[in-house]
Design a protein around this ligand. Sequence first.
Ligand SMILES: CC(C)(COP(=O)(O)OP(=O)(O)OC[C@H]1O[C@@H](n2cnc3c(N)ncnc32)[C@H](O)[C@@H]1OP(=O)(O)O)[C@@H](O)C(=O)NCCC(=O)NCCS
Length: 213
Amino acid sequence: MIEIVSGAVKLRQHQIGDLEDIHLWENDPELLVLNSETEAPWSRDETSEHLVRWISSHERRLNSLYFAVCSESDDKLIGFAALALIDPIHDRCRVAVTIGDRSYWGKGYGFHTLFGLLVFAFSYLRLHRVVAEVYDFNERALALVKKLGFEQEGQMRENVWKRGRWSDELVFGLLRREFEARTRPLAGARVSLDGVWGEMAHDRALDANSRKA
Ligand SMILES: CC(C)(COP(=O)(O)OP(=O)(O)OC[C@H]1O[C@@H](n2cnc3c(N)ncnc32)[C@H](O)[C@@H]1OP(=O)(O)O)[C@@H](O)C(=O)NCCC(=O)NCCS
């Protein structure tokens, strides 16, 4: 079990009861343009299969870890997020955030979601580097990653066919030392952790002194 509270956001393991909202958001044309390579909607069976895998990612050490994003005050599901392709050899992962309920946009929920994920990735999993890939027209997401200190490292020119034209995909990276220098990570989020991910965090904390800075 992993629970991360960051500002007004709580990140928790998904539940089967999340299915209806996730299915709605994974079939929302505007969200698909902003955050999906293929823009292919999911059938109900596909959403259900994905949700089962997302739930099990908290119980088994899969290479991606999926979170339900909730409003902390009333536990309402408002989106989903992930640390993807967690690589314990090169100490890196990718990050993805979707606030599916648009009535929560522009109120800091995306910021606190990403901040909580970064605290977990850097301070608990002791990763060295987190990558975010953002389409060049996604202004909210661009502003969000820049606000948290990500540096643009690459530009995949005309990498995706979106909205009837080619768009660039921008690659952003953030290093642990940069995040820690800008923020007081542990003061900014509360993390409850046990199970396989707790063991991993424990092992990596013990190993931290011998690892590359
Ligand atoms: C991108 C997304 C996660 C941002 O979440 P959010 O809750 O709207 O963002 P926040 O309110 O936390 O704002 C964070 C920053 O985004 C920027 N931002 C917020 N509203 C904005 C707007 N209307 N236009 C441009 N930038 C905006 C601001 O820089 C803001 O910082 P500020 O509050 O200091 O001004 C959310 O819009 C979303 O889920 N979009 C669809 C999915 C998606 O694009 N995911 C990212 C894929 S890489």
